[in-house]
Design a protein around this ligand. Structure first.
Ligand SMILES: *[C@@H]1O[C@H](CO)[C@@H](O)[C@H](O)[C@H]1NC(C)=O
Ligand SMILES: *[C@@H]1O[C@H](CO)[C@@H](O)[C@H](O)[C@H]1NC(C)=O
Ligand SMILES: *[C@@H]1O[C@H](CO)[C@@H](O)[C@H](O)[C@H]1NC(C)=O
Length: 357
């Protein structure tokens, strides 16, 4: 081996050993050159102490943490990624992350969080991705997401959310993906999404939504996917979807208890004639009412739905036409009669006059 190879080999061994030697805390692995600490799957009951200030990536997922106290991550100004998923967290102090001003990704999924305080988002101005799925949240309060100016993805799926307070989502003006699948939402009031102009994906699958205000989706001028599958919708207004002015919108609607009638059929016919709206799962939609159509595919019965109305309209039209024609005939007849009568009268008078003369 020539000397330069020896040199490289020795440097490699030193670097490798140095890396391993700094292999840090019990049950964790660390890479100092990329400022990375992985303590996933350990037995930590409190966040690590004395973590180097320049750490950028800290994985504390699958441990036994129960709370995140204010100041827990006090000096980690360089942190970009903080993973706390699948712990046993039931509480996060207000301002717990307030010093993490460079944080981009925060994963709190798979915990037992049932509420977030008004100071939850303090300091998280750079955060682009927040994962809170698989927790026990029930209400989204107005101020919870106040500081999340840069947030692009918010995952709140598989919680117990039934109430979204006005303006709870109002600060998230840069949001591109909002996941609310698998919650307990029952209705969508207007104004709920009014500031989400950048939103591209809205997941509402698997809630209990039975009504939506006609303009609720209208402000979302970037929307490309709206997933409303597996809800309680029985009908749909034209304007609910037509008010969304995006170049191309995919909508998922299967697994709702559709009330198949002529009105609904008109809405779907109209929607499918609009080139920017794609009803991707139209063939999967099933009627739940009326009972005689239960379980039938909407695509299959849609030609029948307006038949009743067409017949009614036809009968009405025929009735009107007959009435009008009858009226005209009667009028004509009356006119003739009165002409004849006048004529007879005048003839009679003339005769009388003649006789008189
Ligand atoms: C972190 O450590 C865990 C457990 O040792 C491992 O399964 C996981 O792949 C590591 N994560 C990364 C990003 O290397
Ligand atoms: C965690 O604790 C269990 C039992 O207490 C032990 O078997 C396991 O090795 C520990 N894991 C780590 C990463 O220390
Ligand atoms: C999780 O926390 C709860 C209390 O909040 C406790 O009863 C439970 O034993 C904890 N589970 C684990 C696996 O530590």
């Amino acid at each position: 081996m020539d000397p330069s190879h020896w040199f490289i080999f020795i440097m490699y061994v030193i670097t490798f050993t140095f890396k391993k030697m700094t292999a840090c805390y019990d049950g964790c692995s660390c890479l100092t050159d990329i400022k990375y600490i992985n303590c996933s799957g350990g037995n930590l009951t409190t966040p690590l102490r004395n973590v180097p200030h320049n750490t950028e990536y800290l994985d504390l997922s699958r441990n036994l943490l129960t709370v995140v106290q204010a100041g827990s991550f006090g000096t980690l100004w360089s942190l970009r990624v903080l993973l706390l998923k699948e712990n046993n967290l039931s509480h996060v102090d207000d301002g717990a992350f307030s010093s993490l001003q460079g944080l981009r990704r925060l994963d709190l999924s798979g915990n037992h969080l049932s509420a977030l305080g008004p100071g939850f988002s303090l300091g998280l101005e750079s955060l682009t991705e927040l994962l809170l799925d698989h927790n026990h949240l029930t209400v989204l309060e107005s101020g919870t997401f106040h500081s999340l100016d840069s947030l692009q993805k918010l995952d709140l799926s598989s919680n117990l959310i039934s109430t979204v307070k006005p303006r709870a989502l109002g600060y998230l003006t840069g949001l591109r993906q909002l996941h609310l699948e698998g919650n307990h939402l029952t209705s969508l009031g207007s104004g709920l999404f009014s500031t989400l102009r950048s939103l591209e994906v809205l997941g509402l699958r698997g809630n209990l939504i039975s009504s939506t205000e006609p303009g609720v989706f209208a402000p979302m001028s970037s929307l490309t996917l709206l997933d409303l599958a597996l809800n309680r919708l029985s009908t749909l207004g034209y304007r609910t979807l037509l008010s969304i002015h995006t170049p191309s919108l995919h909508v998922l609607l299967e697994g709702n208890p559709w009330h198949c009638d002529c009105d609904l059929q008109r809405v779907f016919r109209k929607l499918s004639s609009i080139h920017r709206v794609f009803l991707d799962d139209y063939q999967e939609l099933r009627c739940s009412q009326p009972t005689e159509l239960q379980g039938r595919s909407m695509g299959e019965v849609d030609v029948e739905l307006c038949v009743g109305e067409t017949v009614t309209v036809l009968i009405l039209t025929v009735t009107v036409v007959i009435t009008v024609v009858a009226a005209i005939i009667m009028a004509e007849k009356n006119k003739k009669n009165s002409v004849a009568k006048n004529w007879e009268e005048s003839v009679g008078l003339d005769t009388y006059c003649d006789n008189y003369n």
